[in-house]
Every structure is written in structure tokens, then in C-alpha cells.
Design a protein around this ligand. Structure first.
Ligand code: NAP
Length: 289
């Protein structure tokens, strides 16, 4: 059944991971998709997945940390695809580090993308929804890290906890306009961003994680996309201001695997790959005009 036929979805960070999985799923449910990302190549790959299932795709290269980029992107979504019914504020980055070392630049970039970027996305999308006078669904991607934190991850946690609270206020403000606003808290999901946490199949990190997680596996973008689809579709109509954790039960599992030596070695390798990706992306992140 095509539950989203005739709807248009606007998804940030849709060139990779959870955003790509969500674009693919919503397209399979009938939605046309506006794909926003810093990474144009990744965004084009996502667009191919959308068009392969017979839906229209529009790619916008934009930085969610820029109000000008978001305003232009949301307007383009309406011009090119004829509406904006579902907005998924998904783009995010992870900049970890101990309090004695984390640079102000890393702290600020993370605030700019994970908090300001979500605010600017929701503002631009909601303005279009109100202008079009059509009911809307807004879904913001928070994290399990909004409720669990620890050494090196507290800065990321602060941004994700902020998203949880913003969503509750926005649900109050936008409800009268027919717009619901909810947050999802993914646990460890297999994507480039979480490679250091999710590890690789058969590796020490993954094996430890699988044994700790009650459902016995790591999450996939398709898991989170299914929850976005619920919130965006007819069954999600009565839900607003909620935070839905989807982590396979990991939140309440006892720690332990982090100390394993081979897991540490594997994590260092994934972190080095993450650094490389970050170096390539930084000039685009600094561009806000
Ligand atoms: P991902 O695979 O790295 O995808 C994120 C996408 O967002 C990338 O294509 C990235 O582009 C893009 N992006 C980053 N900064 C941007 C900006 N300023 N403007 C526009 N696009 C930007 O990560 P993911 O795991 O799918 O993460 C998606 C969301 O889920 C994030 O908010 C993340 O915090 C959250 N989350 C993830 C997990 C997990 O375990 N994976 C768990 C909890 C929450 P580049 O490739 O150029 O960087």
C-alpha cells in the first residue's frame, strides 16, 4: 500500500546512512523526495534510489548550518516537487573529545549542525507548510546519546538532548497549523558516522555489541526509516512532541566491551577513516553563504 502517495518529503543529510535509508523508504511508500546534503555525490546516489522506485527526486547541495541555504532549499523543494509535507531534520555530525582538549571550533561546528541546523531546517520547512496550508509532519533525529552519555561524547549528547526539548516546544507551536513534530533516538546504527561504534561484521567491536544488545544485532538505516515512515504516515497522526528511542534495547545493557583490546584497535582504525572523511567535508561545512 502506498501510504505517502502525493506527499513530498524534504530530508537533510540524505546523501548517506539514515537519511538515505529514509529517502528510499518514503519513496517506496509513494513520496517524492528533496534530498539535501553537503555531499553531492552521495545525494545523487540517493536520488537514483528514489527514481528507481518510480518517484521524483530533487537534489540540493546545502549546508544546514546556513539559514540562507535552508530557506533556498525549502523554496526549491516546493517549486520543483510541488509541496513540502514531510520534513526530516537528520543531518548531523559527531565531534567527540575530552573536556581538557575539545577545541572551540569542534564544539561550535557540532552546535551549528546538530542544534542550529535542526532549528533552521524545521523553521524553513514549517514556514513552507504554513504557507501551503497543508498538514505537515516533522521528524528530528536525536540519539540514544540524548539520554546516555560519558567521557568524550558529552558534547554530542548535549546537542541531541537539545533536539529532544526543542521538539516538545515546536509540537505546541505548530500543532494548531496541523503540523506534528517528533524526535527519534536511534541507538547504534550501521552508517559511516557510527563506524567506530558499530565496527564491522565479524570484528571485535561488532561481536561485543551484538552480545550486549538484547535483540542481538546492530541497527540499520532501514530500521530508523521504518519509524520515520510510521510518524509520517496515517498511523502517526495522533503523535506529537514525542521522543521515540529505537536501540534494540541497548540503553539498559551493561557496559564492558569498550575495554577489550582488539576492539580498541579496531576503533582507532575506524576513527582514522572518519578523520579522513571529515578533512574532505570541512571546507563545505565552513561555507554558509
Ligand atoms: P552519516 O552516514 O554520516 O550521514 C549524515 C549525512 O549528513 C552525511 O551525508 C553528511 O555529509 C551530511 N551532513 C553533515 N553535515 C551536514 C551539513 N552541515 N549540511 C548538510 N548535510 C550535512 O550519518 P548517520 O549515522 O546517517 O546520521 C544521521 C543522523 O542520525 C545524525 O543526526 C546522527 O547524529 C544521528 N544518529 C546516528 C546514529 C548512528 O548510530 N548512526 C545514532 C544516533 C543518532 P558528509 O558525508 O559530507 O559528512
Amino acid at each position: 500500500m502506498s501510504t505517502l502517495l502525493g506527499k513530498v518529503a524534504f530530508i537533510t543529510g540524505a546523501g548517506s546512512g539514515i537519511g538515505r535509508g529514509t529517502a528510499e523508504r518514503l519513496a517506496r511508500e509513494g513520496a517524492d523526495v528533496c534530498i539535501l546534503d553537503l555531499d553531492e555525490e552521495g545525494a545523487e546516489l540517493t536520488a537514483n534510489l528514489v527514481t528507481q522506485v518510480g518517484r521524483r527526486a530533487h537534489v540540493v547541495r546545502a549546508n544546514v548550518a546556513s539559514a540562507a541555504h535552508l530557506q533556498k532549499a525549502a523554496a526549491e523543494c516546493v517549486e520543483q516537487l510541488g509541496g513540502l509535507d514531510i520534513a526530516v531534520a537528520n543531518a548531523g555530525i559527531a565531534r567527540g573529545g575530552p573536556v581538557l582538549e575539545l577545541s572551540q571550533k569542534d564544539w561550535q561546528d557540532q552546535l551549528d549542525v546538530n542544534l542550529t541546523g535542526v532549528f533552521l531546517t524545521v523553521q524553513a520547512a514549517a514556514q513552507q507548510m504554513v504557507k501551503l496550508a497543508r498538514p505537515g509532519r516533522i521528524i528530528c533525529i536525536s540519539s540514544l546519546a540524548a539520554e546516555n552519555t560519558g567521557a568524550g561524547i558529552w558534547a554530542y549528547s548535549a546537542t541531541k538532548a537539545g533536539v529532544r526539548m526543542m521538539v516538545r516546544g515546536w509540537a505546541q507551536e505548530l500543532g494548531p497549523a496541523g503540523i506534528t513534530v517528533n524526535a527519534i533516538g536511534p541507538g547504534v546504527i550501521e552508517t559511516p558516522l557510527a563506524q567506530g561504534l558499530a565496527g564491522e561484521a565479524g570484528g571485535a567491536i561488532r561481536t561485543g555489541l551484538e552480545s550486549r544488545t538484547p535483540v542481538g544485532r546492530v541497527g540499520t538505516p532501514a530500521d530508523i526509516a521504518g519509524l520515520v515512515n510510521f510518524l509520517a504516515g496515517p498511523d502517526g497522526e495522533f503523535m506529537s512532541g514525542a521522543y521515540l528511542l529505537m536501540d534494540g534495547g541497548l540503553r539498559d545493557a551493561s557496559p564492558g566491551w569498550e575495554a577489550d583490546e582488539s576492539a580498541m584497535e579496531e576503533r582507532m582504525r575506524h576513527m582514522a577513516a572518519g578523520e579522513e572523511r571529515r578533512r574532505k567535508m570541512q571546507p563545505f561545512l565552513d561555507d554558509r553563504d
